[in-house]
Design a binder for this molecule. Structure first.
Ligand SMILES: [Zn+2]
Length: 415
């Protein structure tokens, strides 16, 4: 049994961010037994690990991140999506056939993810099987709950970054078989996006989804170009989501729709119906993708929302910055399109923790029965005015960085 003392902040629901000043979290075997403002007598015999005035919050979830693009973060931010992909991203992704290269990048990526307080993630790899296997094994070894995808691209891609349909399906099945019984890092189907996938490959991935009960991640209506191009490639479909429905890819959980910036009414209905997640990646969508998810209005439809760093279209791995950016962008969206409402800090924090934690199990909150995956945040109080813990968490998201994270816990273990 471990007892942690400090200021405690966590989401109880989409509208409610709970704050306990000078409270206690009781953890047994990595699982939370209760949160109290006074330590109950029955626990008085145990040693208290005291974080004083520091704040204990749940670790973050990143629901859209491209591990192979990690070396590209923070560069080539002044070009549009097409050039960004063709001049920078695709040539970089082609390098993941080189064992020494992928090992060094993926090890650094996983370490940096943890350093930034992300302990649950949905990750794109590349088309390359050995590199994708290595990425899964790194996450599994560190105990990070994740879904990782070997990417499928069988058309309209550079010659050096494309597979034949048959090879891609065969390699994907091998990838699933290798990792399906992992404890923490599991496989997920990952067709890159509709314009680089044939109908045949999507259908075959749908068969793999049925055979192994695996979910799917992809990019959905991520730009005006992609929205129209997807419909041109799949002429029978009225919207992006329908392509995946027809292929049988919405039947298994989780379904992760990255960006979801320009959804039609039917896209929203289909995503809602399959219980999938729309992932906003605020820095990415302003850096290269050019658009803002209507997050506030989507919350009101009942859709599940999450947040992603989308390295390297996003330039910073810490999800806390994306929480701040999601609020900021919702205000810009609302300024230019007045029928879009803004989102609150509580809503954005929920999206990055409890709201998207469900796909990994009981993570993202400090409710009873949840994993104690937590960060201790400090050094944000200043002497000018005393701020309550909730506002210090907001300050951390806007102006903190890794140096504000004083400790990290994964299922009760300090890491
Ligand atoms: Zn992406």
């Amino acid at each position: 049994m471990e007892i942690y003392h400090g200021n405690i902040v966590y989401s109880e629901s989409v509208k409610s961010l709970k704050e306990i000043k000078s409270g206690y979290i009781i953890v047994d075997n990595g699982v939370i037994q209760g949160v109290y403002d006074k330590l109950p007598d029955e626990f008085s015999k145990y040693k208290v690990i005291d974080f004083g005035n520091n704040i204990i919050i749940p670790a973050f979830n990143d629901l859209h991140v491209h591990a192979p693009q990690y070396p590209q973060r923070g560069i080539a931010m002044d070009v549009l999506l097409y050039d960004w992909l063709n001049q920078y991203t695709f040539p970089l992704e082609a390098k993941y056939k080189d064992e020494a290269f992928y090992k060094s990048v993926y090890s650094a990526f996983v370490n940096d993810l943890i350093k930034h307080g992300t302990m649950h993630a949905v990750v794109f790899a590349t088309i390359h099987s050995p590199a994708s296997d290595y990425l899964v094994s790194e996450l599994e070894a560190k105990g990070i709950k994740a879904y990782v995808g070997k990417v499928n691209m069988d058309k309209d891609s550079p010659d050096y970054l494309v597979e034949t349909t048959d090879a891609s399906v065969k390699n994907t099945e091998e990838f699933i078989k290798k990792h399906i019984n992992n404890k923490y890092a599991k496989p997920i189907l990952t067709p890159r996006f509709a314009p680089t996938c044939s109908y045949e490959i999507l259908k075959k991935l749908g068969e793999l989804a049925d055979k192994y009960d695996v979910g799917c991640q992809t990019h959905i209506v991520e730009s005006l170009w992609e929205k129209e191009e997807a419909k041109k490639c799949f002429t029978g479909c009225r919207c992006d989501m329908q392509i995946y429905q027809e292929a049988g890819l919405l039947k298994h959980k989780p379904f992760i729709a990255a960006h979801f910036i320009y959804p039609s009414k039917e896209d929203i209905e289909l995503l809602n119906k399959c219980g999938g997640y729309a992932v906003t990646c605020p820095d990415a969508t302003t850096n290269v993708i050019a658009g803002i998810m209507p997050a506030g209005n989507l919350i009101d439809t009942g859709i599940n929302l999450a947040i992603g760093s989308d390295i390297a279209a996003g330039s910073y791995l810490g999800i806390y910055r994306q929480v701040a950016s999601a609020v900021r962008l919702s205000k810009i969206k609302s300024l230019y399109e007045q029928d879009n409402r803004t989102i609150s800090f509580e809503e954005a924090f929920y999206m990055a923790t409890l709201g998207s934690g469900e796909i990994f199990g009981k993570v993202g909150s400090f409710k009873k029965g949840y994993d104690f995956d937590a960060l201790v945040i400090g050094d944000l109080q200043d002497p000018f005015m005393e701020l309550p813990p909730k506002q210090l968490v907001e300050r951390f998201c806007y102006s903190g960085d890794v140096t504000s994270i004083k400790a990290r816990f994964l299922r009760g273990k300090s890491i």
